[in-house]
Design a protein around this ligand. Structure first.
Ligand SMILES: [Zn+2]
Length: 52
């Protein structure tokens, strides 16, 4: 599984950013189930969809 950081925004949305692709992804380029290893709080920021 690939390691992801969960990012939580002020608007309540959550995004996942990849920390490290696993070997399987690197070989096949098929996405596997995200393995969330950290949570980052950006509670003073809106996500991309909510920035005007
Ligand atoms: Zn948002």
């Amino acid at each position: 599984m690939c390691d992801y950081t969960e990012v939580q925004y002020k608007c309540g949305d959550v995004r996942y950013t990849v920390r490290a692709w696993c070997v399987r992804y690197q070989e096949t380029h098929k996405r596997c189930a995200p393995n969330v290893v950290a949570i980052e709080y950006r509670l003073d920021e809106l996500c991309g969809e909510h920035i005007q």
